[in-house]
Design a protein around this ligand. Structure first.
Ligand code: SF4
Length: 469
């Protein structure tokens, strides 16, 4: 057994230092200047030097010491198979609301990774509970200035948190946040809100205590719990209905107004689903303070609409369609009204454009799951096959595809879907700008997916990032 944690190279960028050094995919970086490497954080710090001795193991098992000089801030120019060479740190919890436990059997194995790794939190914005962290971790956070992090708070009541996470150590949330602050780290926070559990007076307490931790606490996102039909956990969890969602919005609004008066920003944001459920419009752009938790799905709808508006303002002249163009727009049920409203604008501008919004019920996970990003190919194809009439094209939500790949959650490929609808062109849509371009200039619209940043591994938090659309 090697004593090293190898950093396995996945890709070498053209023209990079790594290419000059003749490193190739599959090579393993074992050591830099005599130091072993746990992750790309260690690697970055070890590489911040002008003289480097790099121990590399090639695919044939041969080890080679490569010595070279570089500018102190010159990057190596590679992607690794994983950012954490010593393995993803798993969570120590059994949360009542764990979405990983609610994934259907036979789904991609990568969807069932229960990561809770503060390094991925720093590097990629994954949320961590901190229940698996000890003094060495906080020392490292301090030493390497790993800030900001993203913390799943859920609630500040210690007993309730330990109960909800089914982890006695979870009770130490206040202490752990203190440790982060002592280490000089700031943090964004998140609450997964479960009706009748951590809402009401408990939410009030959580907000009060997190707000009191400003400026180290940078933001607080509150998202409603999602429950699929595959949940087998015996603890009874409840989702919000329209009335409950409206109550949460009203309660949180009091705090939002107070903080806006105090420091001119909102600080606390609700997931779009609360607004959809309550039948209220999503807040305006100014409300989101620059969208600090967009990767967590917070403000996605407003951002999507903004993107549409920006693209629409950039194109004053619109070439009209000479022939009728019939497009089907596949969407989760929650966001369908927003997609419809934007489509109406496009139809008003284009006499020959005919858009049909196709809200797809999520039969796979259960119909309470209403976001576009969790639609499976089977459900999409079944909904499309039920529809008659002309159809030049089909727009599908890009987040339903695995990041960087053309594969749906149920392992069906985009090309298989295309084969099933040979008469229509199928294109993914990610942003509001994509949606605008697809509707307004369908003949030339082709979403370029190649070259987009791919997640190198699928993590739970990375997964939840995509669930809103
Ligand atoms: S929700 Fe996250 S922290 Fe909780 S059990 Fe699931 S993976 Fe672990």
């Amino acid at each position: 057994m090697s004593k090293y944690y190898p950093g396995i190279i996945l890709r070498v960028y053209p023209g990079s230092l790594a290419e000059e050094l003749e490193l190739v995919p599959g090579d393993k970086i074992l050591e830099i200047n005599g130091q072993g490497l746990r992750d790309i954080i260690d690697l970055s710090f070890a590489m911040a030097d002008e003289e480097i001795d790099m121990l590399v193991e090639h695919a044939d098992g041969e080890q080679e010491m490569i010595s070279f000089e570089k500018e102190i801030d010159e990057e190596l120019g590679v992607e690794f198979e994983s950012a954490v060479f010593d393995g993803i740190r798993n969570c120590a919890n059994h949360c009542y609301f764990c979405f990983v436990d609610m994934i259907a059997p036979n789904m991609r194995q990568s969807l069932s990774i229960k990561d809770d790794d503060y390094r991925l939190s720093f590097l990629y914005g994954n949320f961590v509970t901190m229940t698996n962290m000890g003094p060495n971790d906080f020392r490292r956070i301090k030493q390497f200035h790993l800030s900001p992090l993203f913390v799943s708070v859920q609630c500040m009541n210690p007993e309730l948190r330990a109960q909800m996470l089914r982890c006695p150590g979870a009770a130490k949330i206040a202490e752990q946040l203190d440790h982060l602050e002592e280490a000089g780290a700031d943090y964004h926070t998140q609450v997964v809100l479960c009706a009748g559990l951590n809402d009401g007076a408990e939410l009030e307490r959580t907000i009060r205590e997190v707000v009191a931790r400003r400026p180290h606490a940078l933001s607080l996102a509150i998202v409603p719990v999602g429950i699929t039909k595959y949940r087998t956990d015996p603890f009874p969890l409840h989702q919000f209905d329209a009335e409950g969602a409206a109550r949460v919005i009203d309660e949180v609004e009091k705090w939002q107004k107070k903080i806006q008066q105090e420091e001119g920003r909102t600080f606390i944001y609700l997931g779009d689903e609360f607004y959809f459920l309550a039948g209220r419009p999503v807040p305006p752009t100014s409300f989101y303070d620059g969208f600090p938790q967009l990767d967590n799905g917070i403000g996605l709808t407003r951002n999507f609409i903004n993107d549409w508006d920006k693209e629409s303002n950039a194109h004053e002249e619109i070439a009209s369609y000479e022939e009728p163009v019939y497009l089907d727009v596949v969407t989760g049920t929650a966001v369908a009204p927003v997609m419809q409203e934007l489509a109406k604008k496009a139809e008003d501008a284009h006499a020959n454009l005919h858009v049909r919004i196709v809200p797809v019920k999520n039969e796979h996970f259960g119909t309470t799951v209403n976001v576009s990003g969790l639609l499976t190919a089977h459900d999409i194809m079944a909904a499309l096959k039920r529809l008659d009439g002309p159809r030049a094209g089909i727009l599908i939500p890009e987040p339903a595809l695995r990041s960087g790949e053309d594969i749906f959650l149920d392992d069906v490929s985009l090309s298989s879907m295309r084969e099933a609808f040979p008469e229509s062109r199928i294109e993914p849509v990610q942003t509001g700008a994509d949606y605008y371009r697809a509707l307004m200039d369908w003949p030339h619209y082709a979403k370029r997916r190649a070259g987009e940043t791919a997640y190198m591994w699928q993590s739970n938090a990375g997964y939840t990032k995509n669930i809103q659309y």
